[in-house]
Ligand binder design. Sequence first.
Ligand code: CDP
Length: 220
Amino acid sequence: MRAPVITVDGPTASGKGTVAQRVAHALGWHYLDSGALYRIAALQALRRAVPLDDGGALAGLAASLAPLFRDGRILLEGEDITDAIRAEAVGEAASRIAVLPELRTALVALQRAARRAPGLVADGRDMGTVIFPDAVLKVFLTASAESRAARRHKQLIEKGFSANVAGLLRDLQARDARDTQRASAPLVAAEGALVLDSTGLTVEQTVQAVIEAYRRRAGD
Ligand code: CDP
């Protein structure tokens, strides 16, 4: 039997990463941050001056990526790029290249390779719809745009980046539009997904809701 997967998809800054990581920790499962792969590809593209609309070149670059995820850090060719990929400019570039089908295809194998026993919690935009359609539980995590902008602001300030809420809200709405309107793997709740609005929930309450839903499904 293949290792079970829980997918957590949702818009930018919805808290997917935090929730997925905590669910993985609580269950003793592996965790896949698929957005990090898009960000790593974007960082490399920016560094190598690959045009952000050149699908073929970006797919070639993505297919050769061999990032190492170790103790919460991300290493690429020996360099620790954990913080570098969190810059807003990299997130913006990631969102732009994520519309290209060639690039998305080039990242599929890397994502599926993360599926290992005893299980995997994967977060992103298309984990339940495209990458792991046989997931035991699919979660679609949302929150209001304003609360997502406020969360992203807090996150960036804590990481030492400068940021302003109004600008972040505008960027986030543009990113939502790109994510939901792109032709290739658009952001949409998977069929049968548990839709959770975390606007009024704490992280802990959200994590509990996911774990309870998993136990119900696994017990079916
Ligand atoms: O911080 P944010 O949630 O915006 O970004 P992320 O999850 O780190 O992902 C970076 C970008 O990659 C997003 O803007 C998405 O457009 C894209 N992405 C995607 O298209 N598919 C995924 N499975 C994960 C991320």
